[in-house]
Design a protein around this ligand. Structure first.
Ligand code: ASP
Ligand code: MG
Length: 471
C-alpha cells in the first residue's frame, strides 16, 4: 500500500486538483494491471488557506468583523471556483458546493463567537484551522469519483487520536492504529481510496487538535506507519529534497537518496519540503519515504531509507531561511550569566515560541536568539517581563536586529575527508557576506550562519557554487 500526501500547492487551484486526481488514478490503474496495489491519500488545505483562516481568527478576536467576513467570502469563492471548474457536469456539484457553503457558514459562526469572547485560544485556533483540510479533502474525493474511481473523504478527527497539546499535538499511536484498522482498512480492501485530511486530529474526548503548521506530512507518516504501508509518498512542488532552494539557486540538484537521519537533519535545519516530525514514524517502522513533485511527476525525487545505496550522489546541502529577526539579550559587564540564558530560553519555550538558532558569546556577555519575525514583539515582551520581575532589569540589555536570515550548510558523512564545516567557512571568507552569528554543534557535519536578510540570495548562490559540483 502507498500513502500519498499532497501539499497545499499541489491542490492550489482547479488545475492542480485535476493534476492530483490524474496522479492518484494513474497509480491506481497501473496497480490494477499488476498485483493489486492499495492506496490512501492524505491532503493539505489549498495553499494559503490555513494562514487566512488564522488571520480571520485573529481579526475576529480583535473585533474586526469586516475582515473575517471578507476572508470567509474569499475562501468560499475560491473553493466554489474549483467545484464549478471540476464538477461542472457532475451530479455531485450541488452537494459538494452546498457542503462548502455549510462548512464556511460554520466557520463564520465560529469567528463570531471568537469576536464575542474577544480572545483566541490555541484550542480555538485549532478548530478554526481544521476547516481548510476538510474542504480540500471533500473536493478531491468528489473529483476522483467524478473520474470513475471510488473515493471517500474522511475527517481525521475520526482517526488521528492525539494528546491535548493544542497547536502541536502528538499522536497516540495505539488508538490511532485501532481506528484506522476499523474505519480505513476495510475501505481500502474494497478498492475505495480514502482521502484523509492531513494536519488535524482530535483528543480522546473528541476535541479537534492540530499537529502544527506544515503537519500534513507528519499525518501521512503516522497513517503510513499505523497501516504498515509499503511506502509513503510526499508530493510537493519541487523535485525532491534539493541541495539548495531552487528559487534562489537554479543549479540546485536533487539529493537522490538519503538516510532517515540525514533527512531529519535537513528538515530540522529548515528544508521546507518536509515537516521535521515526519521521519520518526516511518523510521520506526522501516517504511521508505519518497519526496516527489506533483508538477513534474516523472522525476524520481528523493528516496529516504534506512541504508542508502552506495552509488548515490553524496552532496552537501545549503538551507536558507528568511523572515527572521535577531534578539540580543545580555549585559555590558559580566553580570549576564549562563543561568540567565537558560531562563530566557525556558520562558520562550514555555510560551510556545521557537528559537531557530542561538549563540552565546562569553566575551560579549550576551545571548543571540533567532526567532520568526512575526514572533519578535511577543518574544521581546516575554523577555522583558521575565527579567524585570527578577529585578535584573539594570543588568539586562535587550536589543533587536530585524530582517536577518540563516544559512545552514549540511554535509553528509563521506562527502569530504575534512568535513563540510571548514569548507563552508573557507567559502564564506571569499564572499563579502557579513556574518552576525554562528552556531555549530561539535559534530563536523553542519554549521549555521546568521546573516543580513538582503545578503541571503547572493550568499546561497556563492556557497552552492563553491561546495556543490555542477552535474
Ligand atoms: N495546511 C496546514 C498548514 O498550512 C498543514 C500543511 O499544509 O501541511 O500548515
Ligand atoms: Mg509542507
Amino acid at each position: 500500500m502507498i500513502v500519498h500526501k499532497f501539499g497545499g500547492t499541489s491542490v492550489g487551484d482547479a488545475d492542480r486538483f485535476s493534476n492530483v486526481a490524474d496522479i492518484v488514478i494513474k497509480h491506481h490503474r497501473e496497480a490494477l494491471v499488476g498485483p493489486p496495489e492499495e492506496s490512501a491519500v492524505v491532503v493539505s488545505a489549498m495553499s494559503g488557506v490555513t494562514k487566512q483562516l488564522i488571520d480571520g481568527a485573529r481579526a475576529a478576536a480583535e473585533g474586526q468583523d469586516s475582515v473575517y467576513r471578507e476572508i470567509k467570502a474569499h475562501l468560499l469563492s475560491r473553493h466554489l471556483d474549483v467545484v464549478e471548474a471540476l464538477l461542472d457536469k457532475s451530479a455531485e456539484r450541488l452537494e459538494v458546493g452546498g457542503l462548502m457553503e455549510d462548512r464556511l457558514h460554520d466557520l463564520e459562526r465560529l469567528y463570531r463567537s471568537i469576536a464575542v469572547l474577544g480572545e483566541l485560544t490555541v484550542r480555538g485556533r485549532d478548530v478554526v484551522t481544521s476547516f481548510g483540510e476538510q474542504l480540500s479533502a471533500h473536493i478531491l474525493a468528489a473529483v476522483l469519483r467524478e473520474r470513475g474511481v471510488r473515493a471517500q473523504a474522511i475527517n481525521a478527527t475520526e482517526l488521528m487520536v492525539t494528546d491535548d497539546h493544542f497547536g502541536s499535538a502528538a499522536p497516540l499511536m495505539g488508538p490511532t492504529r485501532e481506528r484506522l484498522e476499523a474505519r480505513v482498512r476495510p475501505l481500502i480492501a474494497r478498492g475505495v481510496i480514502p482521502v484523509i485530511t492531513g494536519y488535524i486530529g482530535a483528543t480522546e474526548e473528541g476535541v479537534t487538535s492540530t499537529l502544527g503548521r506544515g503537519g500534513s506530512d507528519y499525518s501521512a507518516a503516522i497513517i503510513g506507519a499505523a497501516l504498515e504501508a509499503d511506502e509513503v509518498w510526499i508530493w510537493s512542488d519541487v523535485d525532491g529534497i534539493l541541495t539548495a532552494d531552487p528559487n534562489i539557486v537554479p543549479q540546485a540538484r536533487t539529493l537522490d537518496e538519503l538516510s532517515y537521519a540525514e533527512a531529519a537533519d535537513l528538515a530540522y535545519f529548515g528544508a521546507d519540503v518536509l515537516h521535521p516530525k515526519t521521519i520518526r514514524p516511518v523510521l520506526e517502522n522501516g517504511i521508505p519515504l519518497r519526496i516527489l513533485n506533483s508538477f513534474n511527476p516523472g522525476h524520481p525525487g528523493t528516496l529516504i531509507v534506512k541504508a542508502p545505496g552506495e552509488n548515490r550522489a553524496v552532496l552537501p546541502a545549503i538551507i536558507s531561511t528568511t523572515g527572521l529577526s535577531l534578539i540580543v539579550i545580555g549585559s555590558e559587564d559580566d553580570s549576564w550569566t549562563l543561568p540567565m540564558a537558560v531562563q530566557a530560553l525556558q520562558r520562550l519555550s514555555e510560551a510556545g515560541f521557537d528559537v531557530l538558532m542561538l549563540s552565546q558569546s562569553l566575551s560579549e556577555h550576551n545571548l543571540n536568539l533567532v526567532v520568526r519575525e512575526q514572533d519578535q514583539a511577543h518574544c521581546l515582551k516575554i523577555l522583558r517581563r521575565a527579567f524585570d520581575y527578577d529585578g535584573l532589569d539594570s543588568v539586562c540589555n535587550l536589543g533587536v536586529k530585524e530582517k536577518v536570515a540563516t544559512i545552514s550548510v549540511l554535509g553528509v558523512p563521506g562527502w569530504n575527508d575534512t568535513g563540510v564545516v571548514s569548507h563552508a567557512f573557507l567559502a564564506l571568507g571569499k564572499c563579502s557576506t557579513r556574518v552576525i552569528a554562528v552556531a555549530q554543534a561539535a559534530a563536523e557535519h553542519s554549521v549555521s550562519f546568521c546573516i543580513p536578510e538582503e545578503q541571503v540570495a547572493d550568499t546561497a548562490l556563492f556557497l552552492h557554487r563553491e561546495l556543490v559540483p555542477i552535474q
